[in-house]
Design a protein around this ligand. Structure first.
Ligand SMILES: C[S@@+](CC[C@H](N)C(=O)[O-])C[C@H]1O[C@@H](n2cnc3c(N)ncnc32)[C@H](O)[C@@H]1O
Length: 265
């Protein structure tokens, strides 16, 4: 991420998503499910630009504390800038799979749309559980990339591109559906699951190169390199999608899952 020339676009994309109804509702569900109280200490793993860390900070008040962690220096710099007036929030760079905190340091742990990027999501959950006190609550939210729908007349090419996004482009394309099993395999109690679909009924290709998920100018060249689609298939597919958008006939969606549980005493 820190080597990408598109980090500003990535932050802008995360900000757009933060305002989407599906994400707002998932975050509300997460805050309710974590049962936070004033004075508690909370960890957000993969905090990005830190907006949810500030929401978590509101829930634990000035007597509480929130630690946000991300492996991107760019994200942590932006998060620190946004949290300048929140002394109870601290941000650090670090790896989700090797947390720099002590055992049982936190009353609650939260992670949103991070496990999809990790080489070892099982390890990240084990680390979150290590730093969580017994009886503490944990929430992980993530996308299942095979739930993406794009209404496009060219069904075979759409399937090829979306399968590429799920199976190759994304490290853990099925993480959304895997989360409940991951939680149960770790002996967690009171496992509850929710889901929200992000609906995208319109798309401005000029201002938003993503439409849904990773930008097409990143995905399509990689799909071509891997021989998934030819250049002419990719160009024609994208041109048709842009035409649908211009004609106000665009529709896409994706589903994100949230899982909450308690660490046994
Ligand atoms: C899609 S963004 C989500 C950011 C934030 N959670 C949100 O919902 O807006 C994924 C974040 O995970 C971070 N990330 C990826 N791999 C990581 C790792 N191994 N350890 C910590 N953070 C990681 C990225 O830098 C990025 O900020």
């Amino acid at each position: 991420m820190d080597d990408s020339p598109f980090s500003a676009e990535m932050i802008a994309g995360m900000d757009r998503l933060s305002g989407a109804q599906a994400v707002v509702e998932l975050r509300r569900w997460s805050i309710d499910s974590l049962s936070l109280h004033p004075g508690q200490r909370v960890l957000e793993v993969g905090c990005g630009p830190g907006d949810m860390s500030l929401v978590l900070a509101d829930a634990v008040g000035t007597a509480g504390a929130v630690n946000g962690l991300d492996n991107s220096r760019v994200m942590i710099a932006e998060a620190k800038r946004r949290a300048a007036h929140h002394p109870q929030v601290q941000f650090d760079t670090g790896d989700a799979q090797e947390l720099l905190f002590g055992d049982s340091d936190f009353d609650a742990c939260y992670s949103e749309r991070v496990f999809q990027h990790l080489d070892a999501p099982e390890l990240a959950l084990k680390e979150m559980l290590r730093v969580l006190r017994p009886g503490g609550r944990v929430v992980v939210v993530d996308t299942d990339w095979e739930t993406v729908t794009i209404d496009h007349p060219d069904v075979p090419t759409t399937r090829k591109i979306l399968n590429f996004v799920t199976d190759v482009f994304t490290t853990n394309g099925w993480i959304g559906r895997r989360l409940p099993r991951l939680f149960r395999d770790n002996g967690l109690k009171d496992v509850s699951v929710t889901a929200r679909s992000l609906l995208v009924p319109e798309w401005d290709a000029d201002t938003d190169p993503s439409a849904i998920g990773p930008p097409f100018f990143v995905v399509l060249p990689q799909a071509q390199e891997r021989g998934v689609v030819t250049k002419s298939e990719a160009d024609q597919w994208l041109a048709e999608l842009e035409k649908l958008a211009q004609e106000d006939r665009f529709f896409a969606s994706l589903t994100m899952f949230g899982v909450c549980a308690t660490k046994p005493q």
